[in-house]
Design a protein around this ligand. Sequence first.
Ligand SMILES: [Zn+2]
Length: 238
Amino acid sequence: MDKAKVEIESLAISKLLVVVAHPDDIESWCAGTVCRFVDAGKHVCYVLCTSGDKGTNDLTLTQEQVAEIREVEQLEAGRILGVDCVTFLRRPDSEVEATLALRRELVRQIRFHRPDLVITHDPVPPYRLHPDHRAVGRSTLDAIFPSARDPLTFAEQINKEGLQAHIVPEVWLFATETPDIWIDIATTLPRKIESRLAHTSQHTDARELELNWHRRAAEVGKPLGLAAAEAFKKVDFR
Ligand SMILES: [Zn+2]
């Protein structure tokens, strides 16, 4: 696929589901795009597999306290962008594995939310990759195809929980080394940064973070001549 700028408004997508490992993953990689979907009147929900309970150097805090702080920060970040719902699966941070149990839970989330588009981590190399990111990206793709589609897979969700099988036609992977689509985030970059700053436990210097995110957005946009962008690898499941 050639490098292409995609216009959110032209897509036949009404529901977006973003599945990530940790609080602040969305704000770091795809919040500018999420904001574009919200601005276009689309329904947007988040699923977070962990609550980032190991994301601190403050040893006076328990992991439960860290998780609680980070969930509050994530909810505020979602509120700033105007997303419709945030679900926490509360798996232990840094211990996420691509198990059948995780796939079953992600299939449940997909069958419940019934998105037209899922955004998640690219699970393939670089070699320097958080194992939770790899596990969540891999499990989300495996949940979409073919598990969520096939009614006999995790059939109890259909027979006992009232859910229906669901086909997700398209997935966009962020933090990818092989992007093929770009989203112009010039209008949403300020809100992306504001939502990242809502994760107050995860930075010490807000000004430096702001400059970094401006620099990164400009760098990503460069190949297509965009002032600020996010890039994704598109995977088609039609
Ligand atoms: Zn992460």
